[in-house]
Design a protein around this ligand. Structure first.
Ligand code: G3P
Ligand code: MG
Length: 311
């Protein structure tokens, strides 16, 4: 896709879904300083690494909760749009309904993202499915099931980062056990397309013990991880990657992770300058609400090197 095609595609999708407010917001964004500034990389003052090198690997683009910068998050609409915009993968959050069914939603309550109210864990699957998770979109959107999401990823030939949520480690472990049969059924080529992650590391450990072939990533958020060893925590889980927040990520961490054989997937990079800096540090994956920004930055940063970003 030509680098300028993605915004046009997005506009078309917005028009198709009647999301004129999204369109207007997007036009505003396209004229912000961050969006019009040329891509440039600043030396990282924080870790003393000095001037940053050219990228050495192709960064994987994860559409965060789909393409949530454009359409309602964690909906099939958002997942399809992320792939339309060029994302290699989507990220979504999974929890359990009161009756134990996996459902794709971020918050502990349905209040922010649907027309309902209450705790996800207190609502039945039928009650959750009756809600509209597509506020602002022309057509109502159901809270997706895990099965629908897996089907969409298979149909689009993409990859999936399934983030196990839970208000507590116990709840997250319950969710992990609820998704286990779905993952077990995918062992083989389809299973390789899925990367499971969680802030609740014990939930990941339970899954990894039951499904040793499963690809897993360890999520990190709080500032305590500036002092604690993310790499050791990830290795203890048998993770292939660390998933640190943007705030926790410095180029020295990327280098140390690579030296330890771990990939680095960073969330959530939305500013063009942040995306460019992280690509030049050599991160392996970027979670973004605006997949087209990563696709464009990836192409632009590789172009001066005279070759496309490697597959
Ligand atoms: O998995 C990356 C990111 O989604 C983690 O944070 O709160 O957006 O689910 P959150
Ligand atoms: Mg998430």
């Amino acid at each position: 896709m030509a680098w300028h095609a993605a915004p046009a595609l997005r506009m078309l999708r917005c028009a198709a879904t009647g999301e004129t407010s999204t369109w207007r917001r997007e036009r505003q964004r396209m004229t912000t300083a961050d969006d019009t500034a040329p891509l440039s990389v600043q030396p990282d003052a924080g870790d003393g690494a000095g001037a940053t090198p050219a990228p050495t690997r192709r960064v994987l683009c994860f559409g965060h909760r789909g393409a949530r910068g454009h359409v309602p998050e964690n909906t099939l609409l958002a997942f399809d749009l992320a792939f339309d915009l060029g994302a290699d993968a989507i990220e979504c959050d999974v929890q359990r309904s009161h009756d134990g069914q996996p459902v794709i939603i971020h918050d502990g309550t349905v209040d922010r993202t649907t027309n309902g109210s209450g705790l996800v864990s207190m609502l039945s699957f039928a009650e959750l499915r009756a809600l509209n998770a597509g506020r602002g979109a022309a057509l109502p959107q159901s809270i997706p099931t895990l099965e629908e999401t897996l089907d969409l990823v298979r149909r689009r030939g993409g990859q999936l980062n399934l983030e196990i949520k839970g208000e507590s480690v116990e709840e997250a472990t319950g969710t992990a056990l609820a998704v286990e049969p779905y993952l077990r059924a995918l062992e083989g080529e389809q299973g390789r397309r899925i990367l499971v992650s969680s802030f609740a590391h014990p939930a990941i450990a339970v899954l990894k013990e039951r499904l040793p072939w499963l690809r897993v990533g360890a999520l990190f958020s709080g500032s305590e991880w500036r002092r604690q060893d993310m790499l050791a925590a990830a290795q203890a889980l048998g993770a292939e990657a660390i998933h640190p927040s943007v705030r926790l990520t410095v180029s020295a961490l990327v280098q140390r992770a690579h030296a330890a054989g771990l990939r680095v997937n960073v969330w959530t990079a939305n500013r063009r300058s942040t995306i460019a800096r992280l690509i030049e540090w050599g991160v392996d994956g970027l979670f973004t609400d605006y997949p087209e920004r990563v696709i464009i930055a990836r192409a632009q940063l590789w172009a001066p090197l005279g070759r496309p970003a490697p597959e």
